[in-house]
Design a protein around this ligand. Sequence first.
Ligand SMILES: NC(=O)C1=CN([C@@H]2O[C@H](COP(=O)(O)OP(=O)(O)OC[C@H]3O[C@@H](n4cnc5c(N)ncnc54)[C@H](O)[C@@H]3O)[C@@H](O)[C@H]2O)[C@@H](O)CC1
Ligand SMILES: Nc1ncnc2c1ncn2[C@@H]1O[C@H](COP(=O)(O)OP(=O)(O)O)[C@@H](O)[C@H]1O
Ligand SMILES: [Mg+2]
Length: 304
Amino acid sequence: MTVSSPPLLLPSRQSADHKGTFGRVLLVGGSRGMAGSIALSSIAALHAGSGLVAAAVPDRVLETVAGYHPAIMTTALPCLDGHFADEAWPELRDWVSRQDAIGVGPGMGTGEGSTTIVSELLRQRKTPLVIDADALNIIARQEFFDDESYARGDSDAPVVLTPHPGELGRLTGVSAKDEHAQLDAAQQLAARLRITIVVKGGPTRVVDGCAGEQSAGVYVNATGNPGMGTAGCGDVLTGVITSLLGQGLSGWDAARLGVWIHGRAGDAAAAGISQAGMTAWHLAQTLAGVADEMVESSQTAPSV
Ligand SMILES: NC(=O)C1=CN([C@@H]2O[C@H](COP(=O)(O)OP(=O)(O)OC[C@H]3O[C@@H](n4cnc5c(N)ncnc54)[C@H](O)[C@@H]3O)[C@@H](O)[C@H]2O)[C@@H](O)CC1
Ligand SMILES: Nc1ncnc2c1ncn2[C@@H]1O[C@H](COP(=O)(O)OP(=O)(O)O)[C@@H](O)[C@H]1O
Ligand SMILES: [Mg+2]
């Protein structure tokens, strides 16, 4: 199988590097019945190379999420019926500025507490943000993006949305059935808000509304396969892109490299297991095995 080349590479790792070099990231989400989503995002962030990963989850599911992986740190937030309570944001607020990037949305539900978290995370402009899943559904339902004040400026941290066509339809009002109209709508939304949007699917496309020539046009990803049409694969991508933002990439670079390595891991899972039998769990594991393909290797590093 010929593997397409990554759109860019991370700098090679140096012997003096440490956890802090590779970023501290926070994944916010999960709920009773959907604890796995935020665990997949958190494990994916570790397997994409982050130095430190924590999951901020409703108290009720903390032990469940913590049980998936000993390296994931967890923070319990106030909970009501297994979902974020209104009191969750005041406790989450102080964590935000300490992160190199935050991913929000997987499995979080669309209740009051989650809505406040999404609204406040959108207001802050210092911490890079990936917005996925129920966080996108909240934005759509609350029509937050009708308010131009959410648009990003040159000095603001990057924001990356990762909708599948169903979520993009809710956000833009353009049906998932009309692929081209959805891509146009995503490009208009990205340009208006000066953000990056990953339009997930087969293939996935990335559009970017931030300044600079390099981000003009549409990036069409060449990796991935229909075996990835299985629960949790989008949650894995959220963790990957959050990790890459936390490693210092721009929204455009983190989104393109993120979808490339995500699809590459999906191809490795399909080859190792099968398209029909692979799951998001397999994808998260194969991601660890291919992660170095995102990094400048000694072979490609300029000779001294
Ligand atoms: N193990 C877990 O805890 C999981 C939790 N999940 C969470 O469940 C919540 C709901 O997300 P879901 O995506 O499952 O539900 P949604 O209702 O948002 O999306 C599912 C529907 O979207 C449409 N859709 C999706 N991809 C499409 C495509 N390529 N073309 C056309 N239509 C498409 C289809 O109508 C599909 O039935 C999210 O918060 C998500 O994070 C899911 O990620 C699944 C796994
Ligand atoms: N046919 C396909 N080819 C390539 N990638 C696919 C295909 N179907 C789904 N995917 C990928 O799998 C992921 C599914 O995301 P999503 O629907 O959000 O999953 P979940 O919310 O269950 O985690 C996306 O990254 C999407 O691009
Ligand atoms: Mg999803």
